[in-house]
Ligand binder design. Structure first.
Ligand code: ATP
Ligand code: MG
Length: 414
């Protein structure tokens, strides 16, 4: 029993300090870059009505059909832990009465929940950094959003990533394409996996991104949406490509990107790495011009993306942001108050300070060493009498008595 109690749910992990340091770096880069594009943060509920996702994501999708943590609460309401952020954003946009408030540029950071089969890069609770933009219809918005995603990943120092784009068409051109695709798939049915047989009828475009190799082989000459776009969608896609070229953002057209969710139209994209095996999509999104209306609002153009924080974190080098600037070693009870004050003084100037707790000198020096402190401030009664500390530079071994002033403190900064 005790063993079980001490185990988190499978696919749901703790964020220990080394993990959170990476997440914070990712968030910092996101906030900086998104801020430059004039996006504002929103904080939306983790619990939402189950129906919101059934209506928006679609019943035939993996998320809704088998991955939602949905339950009936004590009051009989059907509730679930959000599996993604777009549906809730649209709900908040409508509920907040923002449909006439001009273009909305939002971003969010937070946990999402999907009952998937846990594996590397695929968790049941994971974090997304997402953005949603309401009210921008033209391809300029698509190009700028992708430029923002690109810059964000560049600022994190991630270089070996590929941007892949596609167009999913719209209600005008997709039905005819869908028919052509279904005809093609029925023809190849013998070569497709069992899941694709099901998808073929319910959600035929999903067959295109099946991960099974034999399915991919059978699909090599499948009809592609980008060859069946109506004039409006074709012009939009050209506009996006032109914008990316103007910004010198490299991309690849991947006609297999279909996105799992029902609500996407026109632009769809993914940013992928080959370093994470089959879980290589670190950021994905697209246009969803019909969703606001579908959920009861006025027709509203919209586009967004979400990046998986844990997958991005796996690509980052460990950052040594824990480095302690100064460890304070207090020798003797008589200096206890003075040592507390000197530690506080150092911190008030922005240094990262660990107080070694007083008591035995040996234990305190050992602790200072373990903390990796760059300086040790030794405080005994002589130092206190002189109004200073004995500073030891741990790299050079140099030691001198100094009085802590703004200047001497500034010199301790890393
Ligand atoms: P995948 O194809 O990897 O299943 P998806 O199409 O389900 O991804 P989205 O719903 O578009 O993903 O979510 C956007 C991003 O969130 C993904 O690109 C990925 O980085 C991350 N993500 C999605 N599901 C998970 C998960 N179960 N665990 C960790 N990260 C995830
Ligand atoms: Mg998925």
């Amino acid at each position: 029993m005790a063993g079980k109690l001490l185990q988190s749910i499978r696919g749901i992990h703790d964020g220990l300090p080394a993990d959170v340091r990476r997440w914070q770096r990712i968030e910092r880069a996101a906030r900086q870059v998104f801020g430059r594009y004039a996006f504002s943060e929103v904080r939306l509920p983790v619990l939402e009505p189950t129906e919101l996702f059934v209506r928006s994501i679609g019943e035939a999708t993996d998320i809704v059909s088998k991955e939602m943590y949905a339950f009936t609460d004590q009051g009989g309401d059907h509730i679930c832990l959000r599996p993604e952020g777009t549906a809730g954003s649209v709900r908040a946009y409508l509920q907040g009465g923002l449909t006439r408030a001009g273009e909305q540029r939002w971003y969010y950071v937070g946990p999402m929940f999907r009952r998937e089969r846990p594996q590397k890069g695929r968790l049941r609770q994971f974090q997304q950094i997402g953005v949603e933009m309401f009210g921008a219809a033209g391809p300029v918005a698509d190009a700028e959003l992708l430029a923002m995603a690109h810059t964000f990943l560049q600022e994190l120092g991630l270089r070996d990533l590929t941007l892949e784009i596609n167009s999913l068409g719209c209600h005008a051109c997709r039905p005819a394409y869908r028919d052509a695709l279904v005809t093609f798939l029925r023809d190849r049915a013998g070569q497709l996996c069992a899941t694709c047989h099901e998808r073929m009828e319910k959600n035929p475009m999903r067959v295109l991104d099946c991960k099974v190799a034999s399915c991919q082989a059978a699909l090599s000459d499948a009809p592609e949406m980008i060859d069946h776009l109506c004039d409006g969608c074709d012009t939009h896609f050209s506009g996006l490509k032109q914008g990316l070229a103007a910004l010198q953002i490299p991309y690849r057209i991947n006609a297999r990107i279909v996105r799992g969710l029902d609500y996407y139209n026109r632009t769809a994209f993914e940013i992928v790495t080959d370093q994470l095996g089959t879980q290589g999509t670190v950021l994905a999104g697209g246009r969803y011009d019909g969703l606001v209306e579908e959920l009861g609002g006025p027709a509203t153009a919209a586009i967004g993306f979400a990046a998986g924080m844990e997958r991005l974190a796996m690509l980052l080098e460990d950052a040594d942001e824990t480095a302690v600037d100064v460890a304070v070693v207090a020798l003797g009870d008589a200096v206890a108050d003075y040592a507390l004050q000197q530690a506080a003084l150092l911190r008030s100037h922005g240094l990262r300070v660990v107080h070694c707790g007083g008591g035995g000198a040996k234990r305190q020096f050992k602790m200072a060493d373990r903390e990796g402190a760059r300086f040790v401030a030794v405080i005994g009664s002589d130092e206190m009498a002189a109004g200073g500390v004995s500073l030891k530079n741990m790299a050079s071994g140099e030691q001198q008595q100094v009085t802590l002033t703004p200047d001497t403190i500034a010199a301790l900064r890393g």
